[in-house]
Design a protein around this ligand. Structure first.
Ligand code: GLN
Length: 210
């Protein structure tokens, strides 16, 4: 089994747990989902999800529990993580807000709640690079979404909305300013974890496959 960790200090935890189970199943994997609230679990995970919610709270709790360093090590080891909305803010290199200590695993700067100032929440049909059935738009739900206002050279943009990047990838890190876990469409979760270069082979816990 693959071991998926959903960072569960705050935010949209159960939706991501359900989405990764569906996405794994469709790719022929079974997955054990761990909800992570303390240090010591991340090192055993093959893949991570960092949900949306409230970024100042998530950032504070990750630091307090010592989960922040473990997430950075996970990424440094090349293991995949999907960060959504507040998760993107926390992953960024700069959220321009003293209350958010960012993980700096994704070379972007963000403006918290920038989309939200225009419109609290909305749904948009996106075209996303790399997803299955690319002709079918992805229903992206934006809720007080962060605006990515600068991206580093190593970051590729997978989707745009209104001339702004809304899905980006840097190596094992895939981040969205919207909430792919809130719709039944799991193509984004599949892209984050099961595209060619990610998890296609046997899981890293062969000893549990008895
Ligand atoms: N605006 C929120 C924040 O700054 C993020 C919103 C979300 O995750 N839906 O934390």
């Amino acid at each position: 089994d693959l071991r998926a960790g959903v960072i569960a200090v705050q935010g949209n935890v159960s939706e991501h747990a359900a989405a990764i189970k569906r996405a794994a199943f469709e790719n022929g994997f079974s997955v054990i989902v761990e909800q992570i609230r303390q240090a010591g679990v991340v090192p055993n995970c093959d893949l991570l999800l960092l949900p949306g919610g409230e970024s100042t709270t998530i950032s504070r709790l990750l630091k307090r529990e010592g989960i922040d360093a473990e997430i950075k090590q996970h990424v440094a080891a090349g293991k995949p993580i999907l960060a959504t909305c507040a998760g993107l803010i926390v992953s960024s290199s700069d959220a321009k807000d003293d209350r958010v200590t960012t993980l700096d695993i994704l070379d972007v700067t963000v403006d918290r709640n920038a989309f939200g100032r225009q419109k609290d929440s909305f749904e948009a049909p996106l075209s996303i690079d790399g997803i299955d059935d690319p002709e079918t738009p992805f229903p992206a739900v934006f809720i007080r979404a962060p605006l990515i206002d600068a991206i580093g050279d190593d970051v590729s943009v997978l989707a745009w909305w209104d001339e702004n990047p809304v899905a980006v990838r840097q190596g094992p890190v895939l981040a969205t300013s919207f909430h792919p876990e809130l719709t039944p469409d799991d193509r984004l979760h599949r892209l984050a974890f099961f595209a060619e270069e990610i998890i296609t082979d046997s899981p890293v816990h062969p000893e549990t496959d008895v």
